[in-house]
Design a protein. Structure first.
Length: 235
């Protein structure tokens, strides 16, 4: 099931998204489904075995799959997050955020149990908010950045969260204790689109929107060294 089986029948798939512009894509780990994120349109969740129509259209601006493939998290434009069961393709949980405009950046832990969100355009707190993706409980905040947060990413084991900010810093957090493990100033300058390598030894980031260069930074910081030494930044 997934793209491998589809490509045995045809070499190329073209999807008419129905959006005026597609800004982001999220593909399931097993390549069976895809979420397209339009500029001012609803999210569209597609079954790649049948692209005649989306599984569902979702009011939202962000979407991310958990690494185990069991969970899809989306953030709406009107103040809540939705946790989806990818097996049944149904809504599992709806988390209300009230008047808070979440969704400028988001990540979900590899096992789909913790959702990390930042504020949207009204980012006055400059903090990461953690939510229980099983029952909707607010788990706390990670505070320390001085300006808007560009990106957040969980390590492969789910124990560490990385966050980068317009203040030029990159911070690593212990998810369970919500304590900061380290802050990297120079190496975190203008980093966005954070991603950990599969073994967790490297963190990769690119320049944020409207940056003057297309620089990519690779940061070598194995988990065992987080609390006792500085990482190596490879420009």
């Amino acid at each position: 099931r997934g793209l491998g089986d589809v490509y045995k029948r045809q070499p190329e798939i073209r999807i008419e998204s129905g959006s005026s512009r597609v800004d982001r894509l999220a593909i399931a780990p097993d390549s069976s489904t895809l979420v397209t994120v339009g500029w001012r349109d609803d999210l569209a969740w597609w079954d790649l075995e049948d692209i005649s129509a989306p599984i569902v259209r979702i009011s939202g601006r962000r979407a991310v799959f958990s690494a185990d493939g069991a969970t899809l998290a989306t953030v709406t434009r009107d103040g809540y997050s939705i946790i989806w069961d990818t097996d049944t393709r149904t809504e599992r949980l709806r988390i209300q955020h009230g008047d808070q405009s979440f969704g400028s950046s988001m990540a979900i832990s590899p096992d789909g149990t913790i959702l990390a969100l930042t504020y949207g355009i009204d980012d006055f707190e400059n903090a990461v908010s953690l939510w229980d993706a099983k029952n909707g409980a607010h788990l706390g905040v990670l505070s320390g950045h001085k300006q808007s947060i560009w990106s957040v990413a969980f390590s492969p084991d789910g124990r560490t969260l990385a966050s980068s900010s317009a203040d030029g810093s990159l911070r690593l957090w212990n998810v369970a204790s919500r304590r900061e493990l380290m802050s990297l100033g120079e190496g975190g300058a203008s980093l966005a689109h954070l991603r950990f390598s599969p073994d967790g030894s490297y963190l990769v980031g690119g320049t944020p929107p409207f940056a003057s260069s297309g620089e990519i930074r690779i940061i070598h910081a194995p988990p065992a060294r987080f609390e006792r030494s500085n990482p190596t930044v490879i420009p």
